[in-house]
Design a protein around this ligand. Structure first.
Ligand code: HPA
Ligand code: ZN
Length: 335
């Protein structure tokens, strides 16, 4: 198959997305429209200027813009529109199931509570479910640059909404904020029956991946590409099959890898790790799930069976009930 044929084939396959920040799917046109609606002053005159600002040096330079961008999200309808736009994109890209992260503290710190964003998210999810059978779970992520106490308060505020939340996660500035800082709140989440994921080994060292596995007892590692620096960790991940939610365009935009041809996802996959492909923050990093597949097809010597394995892995790595997983894996094998 040519690269173009591989791209068409991947685009048509049913897929799962496991690492997607809903606030990172805020497109410049919606950002500008909401800024107008709420009279929020943005330092950009137009959409082109917003896009031009998306040149990042590292994770922190992105996060500064990402939190600033989220400040235009104010009422229930804004959160509905944000979620709805992403779900339309899922339909277009054949993403049949998505496990979507949201950052409550980005909003509660601005005085916008669960009673505003949760109904907005839920309305969009129910509509997509009814209209085309979209399947979705929500992952509530704690901001690791804030205190564990703030995460505990967030978990407390989420109590009335736990039926709609599948897992907790950990994101934001990794260096200097190791997983162990959140041991207690992850334990509390576990006791509430929530699944657990954490960003680790994106900018932080392999040691942080160990921390997420040991102190937070996570089911999956978000990113995890720096695991490669520790052979003992790699051996563990091959044996345990903890999934890694790898995000190629994110990693090159934030300079975890200088160029896509240096990306290690194919190496991780070939070593036998449970690697998956995801978009992270598609509006900021230049593409949605299919675009991430297209980028690795363009720049890595990846073959059809390896692409198939990555897609199959994300079904297996999801929190879907086993019978749904088996249904989808059977449908997938028909391709
Ligand atoms: N890393 C850490 N925090 C984040 C990210 C990421 O890639 N995206 C949104 N918040
Ligand atoms: Zn992320």
């Amino acid at each position: 198959m040519t690269k173009n044929e591989l791209k068409h084939w991947v685009a048509a396959l049913p897929k799962v997305e496991l690492h997607l920040h809903i606030e990172g799917s805020l497109e410049p046109d919606l950002m500008m429209a909401l800024a107008g609606k709420h009279q929020v002053k943005l330092p950009y005159a137009n959409i082109e200027e917003v896009k031009k600002a998306y040149n990042f040096e590292d994770l922190q330079s992105f996060l500064d813009l990402y939190y600033f961008g989220a400040s235009v999200l104010k009422d229930e309808d804004d959160f509905y529109q944000l979620m709805w736009n992403y779900l339309l994109r899922c339909k277009q890209d054949n993403v049949v199931h998505a496990e979507i992260m949201f950052d409550p503290q980005t909003h509660t710190e601005r005085g916008i509570g669960f009673d505003i964003f949760m109904p907005g998210f839920k309305r969009a999810i129910q509509q997509a479910q009814q209209e085309w059978g979209q399947s979705c779970f929500l992952i509530m992520s704690f901001l690791r640059h804030l205190t564990e106490q703030s995460a505990i308060e967030t978990l407390d505020s989420a109590r009335p909404y736990l039926d709609d939340i599948t897992a907790v996660g950990l994101d934001s500035s990794e260096l200097g904020n190791p997983p162990e800082k959140f041991t207690q709140v992850f334990k509390m989440a576990q006791e509430l029956g929530l699944k657990r994921v954490a960003h680790a080994g994106e900018e932080g060292p392999a040691e942080y991946v160990w921390g997420a596995l040991k102190a937070l007892d996570v089911h999956r590692i978000d990113h995890g590409v720096r695991s490669i620096e520790d052979p003992k960790l790699i051996a563990f991940l091959i044996q345990s099959q903890h999934p890694l939610t790898v995000c190629p365009l994110s990693n090159t935009k934030l300079k975890v890898f200088e160029h896509m041809h240096q990306h290690n996802v194919l190496e991780l996959l070939e070593l036998g790790l449970m690697a998956t492909i995801n978009a992270d923050d598609p509006s900021y990093f230049g593409g949605y799930l299919n675009d991430n597949f297209f980028a690795i097809i363009d720049h890595l010597p990846i073959e059809k069976h390896q692409l198939y394995q990555l897609i199959k892995n994300s079904f297996n790595a999801s929190f879907m009930p086993t019978e749904h997983k088996l249904d989808w894996l059977e449908k997938l094998s028909a391709y």
